[in-house]
Design a protein around this ligand. Structure first.
Ligand code: SAH
Length: 353
């Protein structure tokens, strides 16, 4: 049994079964033994691969999209902010691609929101050329326009699950039986907490609520409303999800989330409709797919340029990277994107309302 299992079983013995959110929080972010606190999980040798780790083109296109919107907003002084930057690859690609945009780098300060000390160190090495400020939470960001990106950040935030039973809703909890973690159904819960999600549901359905996403979107939209800017959020998920999307991944394979606590990535699909509803006094674009967004941002043209004059083997590799990012059977459809911008401002390229 590993340290995280011991910690979880102790908590359960003391307080009874816990919400999935507490389980996720401890497994992923425990300062000493948490998944993200103890390792670099990305890449083919790690547990999973993210879009910026597949190709530099992902970050380049997102960077140029943000920069175009910054130009559209009259080139204000701003903070360039990324939440959950992993290895810092996306930020490095954004910065390289925007270097030649007159005034962009001169107008910005760079801020990363990250809780893992281990990943902060890796991000520091990757971005050693730049002056970076790290933050634990969103409220310490500077009071100025914000150009923001989060890729696969919201899916790591802790969720709670509720199951519809004959006479109401019960929370799905994690407890123990014979010293092994297992799921339990809690008592019936008051409906006000989940009222906005229970329309058109049937007995047996599961809904998921990510409570921590709400204050983050509220903080982002407040800043965008007051100071201007743009937030792009990319993740896997959809609008109005129903069903169990809580999953664990280790060595690029899905495993039972309760089997290796602290030793595998835990995520849940992002409910983009909920994110949109949390935003106030800003424009939230329609949810679009990653494939469509990247195509509108010019992914094919960019890859065509990169392919020119390359030997055949490298060409094949790049073509397969492009396909991974945009093809519906790969990351093109499962991954979605939305953007938040002030009212009466041009939408970022690739997004629509
Ligand atoms: N955006 C990166 C990494 C995604 S993995 C990429 O696309 O490659 C999730 C990232 O979010 C990690 O950096 C993890 O440490 C961070 N993270 C997860 N929960 C967090 C939280 N509550 N606060 C801050 N960072 C968090």
């Amino acid at each position: 049994m590993n340290e995280i299992s011991t910690i979880l079983l102790e908590q359960i013995n003391h307080n009874g079964p816990m919400p999935i959110s507490d389980f996720m929080e401890t497994c992923l972010m425990h300062p000493k033994y948490g998944y993200y606190s103890t390792r670099d999980p990305f890449g083919t040798k790690g547990d999973f691969v993210t879009s910026p780790e597949i190709s530099q083109v992902f970050g380049e296109l997102i960077g140029l999209c943000l920069a175009q919107n910054w130009l559209d907003q009259g080139e204000p002084p701003f903070s360039l902010v990324e939440a959950g930057p992993g290895r810092g690859t996306l930020m490095a690609d954004i910065l390289r691609a925007t270097k030649s945009i007159p005034g962009f780098h001169e107008s910005m300060t760079i801020h990363l929101i990250e809780k893992s000390q281990m990943l902060i160190r890796i991000q520091g090495e990757q971005l050693s050329k730049y002056n970076i400020k790290w933050h634990d939470t969103f409220d310490s960001l500077p009071q100025k326009a914000i150009f923001f990106i989060a890729n696969e950040f919201f899916d790591a935030l802790p969720i709670r699950q509720f199951r519809k039973v004959k006479l109401g809703w019960r929370e799905i909890l994690i407890g123990e039986k014979k010293n092994k973690l297992t799921y339990f159904l809690g008592n019936k819960i008051p409906l006000n907490a989940i009222a906005h999600r229970i329309e058109n549901t049937q007995v047996g359905d599961i809904i998921e609520i990510c409570k921590t996403a709400k204050p983050i979107i509220e903080e982002l939209s407040k800043r965008i409303e007051i100071f201007g800017g743009c937030a792009i959020i990319i993740d896997y998920g959809n609008d109005n999800l129903v069903g169990n999307t809580f999953q664990a991944v280790k060595n690029h394979k899905k495993i039972d989330p309760l089997k290796h606590p602290g030793d595998c990535d835990l995520t849940a699909h992002v409910n983009f409709n909920d994110l949109s509803n949390y935003a106030t006094n800003v424009v939230v674009t329609k949810t679009t797919t990653q494939g469509l967004l990247l195509k509108k941002l010019g992914i094919s043209e960019r890859f065509e340029r990169l392919l020119r004059n390359l030997p055949e083997v490298q060409k094949l590799k790049l073509q397969s990277d492009e396909k991974r990012l945009i093809h519906p059977s790969e990351m093109g459809s499962l991954f979605k994107a939305i953007a938040l911008v002030p009212t009466k401002i041009a939408l970022p390229v690739g997004f629509h309302i």
